[in-house]
Design a protein around this ligand. Structure first.
Ligand code: SAM
Length: 326
């Protein structure tokens, strides 16, 4: 509905039979939307009254619309179905709070992540999975389906209480991932570390550094990072720094699945997120931007990271790893 309204309101023609149209029709619609969006950026960038941060944030919804267009065309509806079991497990969850940077993903995104973990990590009692911050409640969905151990680190007591009630077998650890280190006993003990960190450079690195420290030194061990790259990519250098830092720690991306996760922006609990975005997005007289702001979902890619074989860390890397554990 969002795409239909966007096209109708901005003079673009959604091809008949959408989304079942050939690649050429998708490509022309995509180009037409891209051109409209680039025109909007040119206008925004030429305004002296709009500061750099606002110019960056103005790109959030247009780039999200581009992702949603591709998703709508390329992925069948079934991908976004969620099983009844999972819905029941997540029913009545605590509302998201902005103080903890929470914006939880859709239940089907959580379910997809869990399938991905189970495809990759051996189903053995000795296997261990760690969720580093888990408002998405992946640990609740995984624990009853998994033979190994499931652990979660978070700061939010409401979430930890909910997890305790719905999935009592999950081992909980209350750690501040910004200020504290992870307990030394957790170092290099997990086959999978799952995280959906804040989207800024400092926040994402605070979480990611701990994920790397916790991962076992085995060939099958993986980090499942759900991350929206927009904020860092639009700022330029932070993205390059992230990949460089990962390489310096001996990690590489084995797979990147675009828009693997969606976040429902229409749900009432995300009101505060909308308010926050409104604060940064410039107020301009553009019905097109207003329509783009109606995007019903935010997105994040899934980055599957693994250790580079035979990697030898430098003494600096070892020192940093020591710092991130207590
Ligand atoms: C950082 S939030 C972000 C997730 C959200 N899905 C998103 O894309 O914006 C993910 C989880 O980390 C937890 N969290 C936030 N700050 C934390 C901190 N300092 N230490 C530990 N957990 C934290 C939150 O409670 C939440 O469950």
């Amino acid at each position: 509905m969002f795409l239909r309204n966007l096209c109708e309101g901005s003079g673009l023609i959604l091809p008949e039979g959408w989304p079942d149209v050939p690649p050429s029709e998708f490509a022309s619609l995509r180009k037409a939307l891209r051109d409209r969006i680039d025109g909007l950026y040119q206008y925004i960038d030429s305004q002296a009254s709009i500061n750099r941060t606002q110019k960056r944030f103005a790109r959030f919804f247009p780039e999200t619309a581009m992702q949603l267009l591709r998703l709508d065309w390329s992925q069948p509806e079934e991908r976004h179905q969620v099983s009844e079991d999972v819905l029941e497990q997540l029913d009545d969850r605590p509302p998201a709070v902005v103080a903890y940077d929470q914006l939880y993903c859709t239940p089907d995104s959580t379910e997809r992540r869990i399938h991905r973990i189970m495809e990759n990590i051996p189903a053995e009692p000795s296997s261990r999975v760690l969720f580093l911050g888990d408002d998405d409640l992946g640990c609740v969905v995984l624990a009853p389906r998994f033979t190994g151990e499931t652990h979660v680190i978070d700061l939010d007591d409401r979430l930890l209480d909910f997890i305790k009630e719905r999935a009592p077998s999950v081992s909980q650890h209350k750690v501040d991932l910004f200020l504290g280190g992870i307990p030394r006993s957790m170092k290099e003990t997990f086959d999978a570390v799952v995280l959906d960190p804040p989207w800024d450079e400092h926040g994402s690195w605070s979480f990611l550094a701990k994920a790397m420290v916790c991962l076992k030194q085995t060939t099958h061990a993986r980090i499942f990072l759900s991350f929206c790259p927009l904020e860092m990519e639009l700022a330029g250098a932070p993205t390059a720094r992230m990949w460089k830092r990962l390489a310096l720690h001996g990690f590489t991306a084995e797979a990147i699945e675009t828009s693997f996760n969606l976040y429902d922006l229409v749900a009432t609990e995300t009101d505060k997120y909308q308010e926050l975005m409104t604060l940064y997005i410039p107020v301009i007289d553009s019905p097109f931007l207003e329509m783009l702001k109606q995007a019903p979902y935010a997105f994040a890619h899934l980055y599957q990271l693994r250790r580079i074989e035979h990697f030898r860390p430098s003494w600096r890397t070892m020192l940093r790893n020591w710092w991130h554990s207590q």
